[in-house]
Design a protein around this ligand. Structure first.
Ligand code: RB5
Length: 148
């Protein structure tokens, strides 16, 4: 990933099942000049995914990061946890196109992936698409507002 240095902070969080992928993506974000806020977990010991979805939501809602990357085994548990918070739009993505559309149409502020589902190169491609795609607004703006 090559990009201009940015003042944007990207929060990353995962449970144990997502830890290896989180580690790789955090390194890629750092290497690309982005600030990374790592909310854990930081090893393969079993932990409870709701805590990490919650930590991600709080980091964004408190303004400690602008966007986030959230990973568990499937992506499902952490997305359910994060999406309980108004203002969080956490999208489980499986390929570059879903990551692009999550930004373009849904203004997703959290990219969610399944560490046991997606291969690491596809996950990196999702991350690039998520970071590089602007929200299209227009007809999508009203629909996103309806979510809250
Ligand atoms: C952990 O084994 C697994 O259940 C969790 O990572 C996640 O996939 C839950 O949705």
């Amino acid at each position: 990933m090559t990009r201009k240095p940015s003042s944007e902070t990207i929060a990353v969080a995962s449970d144990h099942a997502g830890f290896p992928l989180k580690d790789r993506l955090a390194s890629e974000l750092g290497a690309a000049g982005l600030k990374v806020l790592d909310l854990g977990t930081n090893n393969a010991d079993s932990v409870d995914y709701p805590k990490y979805g919650e930590a991600m939501a709080r980091a964004l809602l408190e303004g400690r990061a602008e966007r986030g990357v959230l990973i568990c085994g499937t992506g499902i548990g952490v997305s359910i946890a994060a999406n309980r918070h108004r203002g969080i739009r956490a999208a489980v993505c499986h390929n570059e196109e879903t990551a692009r559309l999550a930004r373009a149409h849904n203004d997703a502020n959290v990219l969610v992936m399944g560490g046991r589902i997606i291969d690491e190169d596809t996950a990196s491609a999702c991350l690039r698409a998520f970071l590089d795609t602007e929200f299209e607004g227009g007809r999508h703006q009203r629909r996103v507002e309806m979510l809250d």
